[in-house]
Design a protein around this ligand. Sequence first.
Ligand code: ACO
Ligand code: PYR
Length: 523
Amino acid sequence: MNQIRLYDTTLRDGSQAEDVSFLVTDKIRIAQKLDELGIHYIEGGWPGSNPKDIAFFKDIKKVSLSGAKIAAFGSTRRAKITPDKDNNIRTLIQAEPDVVTIFGKTWDFHVHEALRISLEENLELIYDSLAYLKEHIGEVIYDAEHFFDGYKANPAYALKTLQAAQEAGADCIVLCDTNGGTLPYELPAIIAAVKKSVSTPLGIHAHNDSECAVANSLVAVENGIVHVQGTINGFGERCGNANLCSIIPSLVLKMESPCVADEQLKSLRGVSRYIYELANLVPNKHMAYVGNSAFAHKGGVHVSAIQRHPETYEHVRPERVGNVTRVLISDLSGRSNILAKAEQFNINLDSKDPVTLEILEDIKELENKGYQFEGAEASFELLMRRALGTIRPYFSVIGYRVIDTKRHEDEKTLSEATVQVKVGGRIEHTAAEGNGPVNALDHALRKALENFYPQLKEMRLLDYKVRVLPAGKGTASVTRVLIESGDKMERWGTVGVSDNIIDASYHALIDALQYKLLKDQGR
Ligand SMILES: CC(=O)SCCNC(=O)CCNC(=O)[C@H](O)C(C)(C)COP(=O)(O)OP(=O)(O)OC[C@H]1O[C@@H](n2cnc3c(N)ncnc32)[C@H](O)[C@@H]1OP(=O)(O)O
Ligand SMILES: CC(=O)C(=O)O
């Protein structure tokens, strides 16, 4: 297999995704992460587009990268002017990148409709722009925009555009599936025709509009392409770009193409999450290889088998990409799920112990009532320990009251909660306000308990999700509340279900507090 060069365009094409926008400082930090991951080319942006991208190319010069080359992106020159007069081409040179990548038109339809120039003139644009850039920048890459659509519409012309790029000295010609509509079976014949027509090393740049961007990139590699463009997490215009988080492990682990080192591959999940964090987006848990669910087993049959041998339901070892095997608890669980969780929580449990079956039955019954333990592992651990009788009763709540008051139409609603808790032999009665009834209840509970357990001051309520579950036959609808809490060390999820939203929240809050006390005690 050829040595594959990875070209990341998260900072350029990835930023063209809806909801993605990076600050210059984010872009610098991402470039450093991509360099550590072993990416060979990092496309930092389009300096002719905006001041932020110009600033990136200035700032990245102050950063020492271990191996990655920085590429600046732009287009072929405008019609009717020479490259030296073209602002876009001038800014590319002024950015002083290691590499310049420009895109040009391949599809005759685009030449007529988007540029509104003649086919011959477009060939001149491609040739002039690349030849001029090559005089100023050591390495020049040509992105043949809409190559596959162009080839299907007018193969002779599409190939002529590539020949113009080759004659101008392009170091790599990248075949772009810009509209993302090409299917994997179409690639081999088209790539074979290209190889007969040009000898320049070839690359692939695939979009995901038919959900085939990764497949197309891998098929391209199988057919001799040596340069693969993509983005981390598949960020990109419309449905996104080819996801490097899927391409890289497939190349290394399945296609004998060690494009990054084993240690670098182990950082892949971390890089994925880092970039989600800087993009301020929630990670897609179902992403192949790096998603939270990529190695999460829910069905009892699967859990039973992976405990005997992980490869029964895992296509690669998750550690290779920095991920872990997870076992989920739900009404699809069997005894194996319960035993796997017990091991994770350091609880001694035997498959023959009647408590195992009791816990399993409790789970199925509770899920039927609306509980969901997948996002509430702390509640599940408490449930297990309660069933085994190994949990200390840290406190009990004698009662609570929550009042919402709005004294005047223009005034904010005031929420106030009072609680009575018992710890050991002592009873504490407190009141607190909050910006909502659940917030007031949370404050009042902590205020009452913090005198006994000062460590609760470290705890924060991080997320609060409510779902009203539809009524079943002969039953009223119920509310499920999932709470995520955390301290400096850990985050944990708890669940409460009731036909009353405050009561459901109360149960989730109580579990959150009890879990904090349990874990701090060291189980
Ligand atoms: C497939 C891809 O992803 S390509 C990258 C797409 N990314 C972006 O567009 C993001 C950055 N773009 C921008 O900041 C702006 O569009 C700019 C600065 C590049 C251009 O802005 P404007 O000059 O205002 O033009 P506008 O965006 O309205 O239209 C695009 C222009 O580029 C021209 N153009 C498009 N492709 C090419 C090309 N390959 N070569 C030369 N010119 C091109 C179009 O003909 C049009 O020019 P015209 O209006 O003079 O005919
Ligand atoms: C160049 C590019 O981004 C594309 O053709 O999709």
